[in-house]
Design a protein around this ligand. Sequence first.
Ligand code: ZN
Ligand code: ZN
Length: 345
Amino acid sequence: MTSSMFAQELDQPAPIAQAPLTWRETNRAAPAAGQLEIHVVACGVCRSNLHMIEGDWVDGGVPAISPIIPGHEVTGYVSALGEGVTGFAVGDPVGVQPLWSSCETCEFCVSGRENLCHDRKITGEHVNGGYAEYMIATAAHTYHVPANLDLVDSAPLFCPGITAFAAVDKLTIGAGDTVAIFGLGGVGHMAVQFAALTGARVVAVGRTPEHLEVARELGAAETVDSRDPEALARIADTADAVITFAPADAVTAQAFDALKWGGTLVNGVALTLDGFPFNKAQTIHASVIGTRAQMREVLELAAAGKIRTVVDSFDMNTAGDVLTALAAGSLRSRAVLANPGVTTA
Ligand SMILES: [Zn+2]
Ligand SMILES: [Zn+2]
């Protein structure tokens, strides 16, 4: 094993325009007990990567190390096994989601809610992530990727996919129900598909014609341009459930306007609540990432062809340009950074 690799390293958070990421040769760590090393094929580019890189989360202690390698929706091939790791072999196609590790002993970990573990570590925020040629993962939080799935296309299953699945999974919905999805980025497009699989009628609400068109292709029965007040008025008080992934108070207000009395709002982003009424008896249900069991369900649904990602692939060494495009809002779909030519461990 060689002891170095190339990676995108962040020394100090700074605006993306200052090019805070550097593609450079760095230490290639060996997997410790219970860990494995992944030869990274692809890593999705998430808006939360941009938040961390630009320093929005410094007050919350993220990034936790310096330098740090960002990236938390990672696929690749197992390239080395640490001591005591079973269930994986070198060459296996695998993936890692944002939940890099959990304590395995707290009340949340022992009840299958390890995404709520207070000692959870987040990939690419507390430990090095997937914007690299190689990444160390916790075997207990590494997933086999079914053989019929492409590893570049599959990378976003590990953040938008699991995040959207867990949000829809919070709801008891089916045929005869209407679900409105607000915010049609990578997560919203996955949520449209999971919601449609329940048999519910899906209304997709977004800002750009491209995103609305993709939502229709993915199973939305109706799309609504969120810049059109008349269109929004037509869906007022029509949804049994709403799901919002757009971190904007104006969108939250639109989502509540669409929600029926007694309905449920699931938020996958922070909400600012001002004057939440009790007389409509509505429920708010926050959702963060998802559990291991849910991640495995996402992979099964993808392998069965029931859901798909919408991906544009870029070279790993262009992460700065891709993040700049993300910040400018000029990406058409989920961007994935790929290491060219990785076909084996
Ligand atoms: Zn993400
Ligand atoms: Zn725990």
